[in-house]
Design a protein around this ligand. Structure first.
Ligand code: MSP
Length: 522
């Protein structure tokens, strides 16, 4: 393993108070695509996801459902595992914060913070939003239509007064500002870093990190009347999963600091302010990057359980197909921006970009090979300038796609790939291999070979996004499982003339609009 560079990527761990919807799926999908990309690019990847099971919000949800919190979390956590299986997510681990390894890790981190004089006992009197599991200062609140006080997220707040341990966050203002200044890509997109910097510049208060008014949490060592604040507990999952508190292990040394914590924009402050401060206070390195993606609305509306418009990933996949959903969600909005989910746009992309652009390219080329080349890879003759141009575009894809992926610019990566798909379609139209069949069969064979090579490149590079369809494309080119990594891009590993290829079958069917209209909401 030592010879391969490491890459550690994490999703937020999901609150188990709710069934998963496409908002949750989106964060994990982005990580899955990146994890698959990095594996194909030769990295030793660790991809972590899981569930956030403690705290007042989950406790309340358990009570409402009439179950004790452990039984409740066992049940709801399973929904998130099921989602990962449904989506064929390639996570290497699934962590639950109720696991013994995690309780041990959190208590060890607490002890370290205590030993480093970063924790003291006091009492908290202030506002708390259970929905956000966050403390708010009076100045941050607004007044709702009914006169009730609201957090910036719109969540209702309640007044809390209780004994509490505090973390000396106020001491970390300068080190945090230095961290951001030294690592301008610590938070992406850049605009989000500015938000974080101005928040920290505004001054940091010590942070309440324990609660006493309920019991559903990890007990504070030596003071079990307190449970740890759920965000301290939850954030620690990222190091639990690589063996914390054992830090001299191969796993910890290989994977810490994490390369990317992928999060939604709503939870950026916890990841980009509190988490690096906890880590630095414990003598550990902060993560290399926190990427904050945007939020999905549905047909122009905020997605929520109460509005009844939360989209169920299972229904979506049954309607459109797994690869189709993966593609559309990452193609529809520049990653980092908010997006609006509309069935019309999903169908437009499935039929336009997947079926027409990519699917037809593969289908028409492979049908011609089946009919005119005896179902084997044709022998190419001398290349023309146009052949070389298309092959050069294919060869140039990896650096462009890699650069985009390293900035989590999934839409740019897909743009670059689709530019080559369109170039290949233009090449087919101009070369008209069907017309060459009689007039110049040698040239037809060259054209089809060049196109098969282009499709091989496109199949390899689209694997992270549409793994099943890309796999079927590579099967149809008789590209073996060991020849599908990015190391096999380029002419050196080109298709071998005379290799038999299986009969082609369509990979991206068109979606019939009538079947989808008005459906898709849970
Ligand atoms: N438990 C915390 C995270 C702890 S990480 C140490 C949490 N959980 S959550 O279940 O509420 O949200 C998890 C992720 O889902 C967040 O990244 C959030 O942004 C994302 N999304 C939830 N709804 C969403 C949309 N409508 N659109 C896009 N992402 C959304 O926060």
């Amino acid at each position: 393993m030592a010879d391969r560079p490491a890459y550690y990527i994490t999703t937020p761990i999901y609150y188990v108070n709710d069934v998963p919807h496409i908002g949750h799926m989106y964060t994990t999908l982005a990580c899955d695509v990146l994890a698959r990309f990095k594996r194909l690019d030769g990295f030793h990847v660790k991809f972590l996801t899981g569930t956030d099971e403690h705290g007042q919000k989950v406790d309340k949800a358990a009570r409402l459902s009439g179950l004790d919190p452990q039984t409740f979390t066992d049940k709801v956590s399973e929904n998130f595992r099921a989602l990962a299986r449904l989506m064929n997510f390639s996570n290497d681990d699934f962590i639950r914060t109720t696991e013994a390894r995690h309780v041990h890790s959190c208590q060890a981190l607490w002890q370290t913070l205590l030993a480093n004089d970063q924790i003291y006992l006091g009492s908290y009197a202030g506002w708390y939003a259970v929905r956000d599991e966050a403390f708010y200062a009076e100045a941050e609140l607004t007044t709702g239509p009914g006169g009730d006080k609201l957090a910036p997220s719109g969540a209702p707040v309640e007044w809390v007064e209780e004994p509490s341990y505090f973390f000396r966050l106020s001491q970390w203002q300068e080190p945090l500002l230095r961290l951001y200044a030294d690592n301008p890509e610590f938070v992406l997109p850049r605009s989000r870093l500015n938000e974080v910097v101005s928040f920290v510049r505004g001054g940091l208060q010590d942070l309440s990190i324990s609660r006493t008014t309920f019991q559903w949490g990890i007990p504070v060592p030596d003071d079990p009347a307190h449970v740890m604040y759920v965000w301290l507990d939850a954030l620690t999952n990222y190091i639990t999963a690589i063996g914390y508190p054992e830090v001299n292990t191969e796993d910890f040394q290989t994977f810490w600091p994490a390369d990317v914590h992928m999060v939604g924009k709503d939870i950026l402050r916890f990841h980009a302010v509190y988490w690096p401060a906890f880590l630095m206070a414990a003598g550990l390195a902060p993560p290399k990057r926190v990427f904050a993606h945007g939020w999905w609305t549905v047909e122009g509306q905020k997605m929520s359980k109460s509005l009844g418009n939360a989209i169920d990933p299972l229904h979506l996949i049954e309607t459109y197909g797994r690869d189709q959903v993966r593609y559309v969600m990452l193609r529809e909005v520049p990653f980092g921006n908010d997006g609006d989910f509309s069935h019309e746009s999903v169908v437009g992309r499935i039929n336009g970009e997947l079926a027409n652009d990519f699917g037809n390219l593969v289908q028409r080329v492979l049908s011609m090979v089946a009919k005119n080349c005896g179902g084997t890879v044709p022998t190419p003759g001398p290349q023309t300038g146009e052949d070389a141009e298309l092959l050069t575009a294919c060869n140039g894809l990896l650096p462009a796609v890699r650069d985009a992926m390293d900035r989590q610019a999934f839409h740019e990566a897909l743009d670059a790939i689709w530019a080559v798909i369109r170039a290949a379609n233009g090449y087919v139209d101009r070369q008209a291999p069907w017309a060459l069949r009689k007039s110049d069969p040698d040239r037809m064979r060259t054209v089809l070979y060049v196109l098969m090579e282009a499709i091989r490149h496109l199949g390899i590079l689209t694997q992270p996004f549409v793994p099943e369809a890309a796999g079927r494309i590579l099967d149809q080119l008789a590209v073996g499982p060991d020849a599908r990594s990015f190391a096999h891009l380029g002419d050196r590993h080109g298709l071998v003339a005379g290799t038999p290829v299986p009969a082609p079958t369509g990979v991206f069917p068109r979606h019939e609009v009538a079947a989808a209209a008005g459906e898709g909401t849970a």
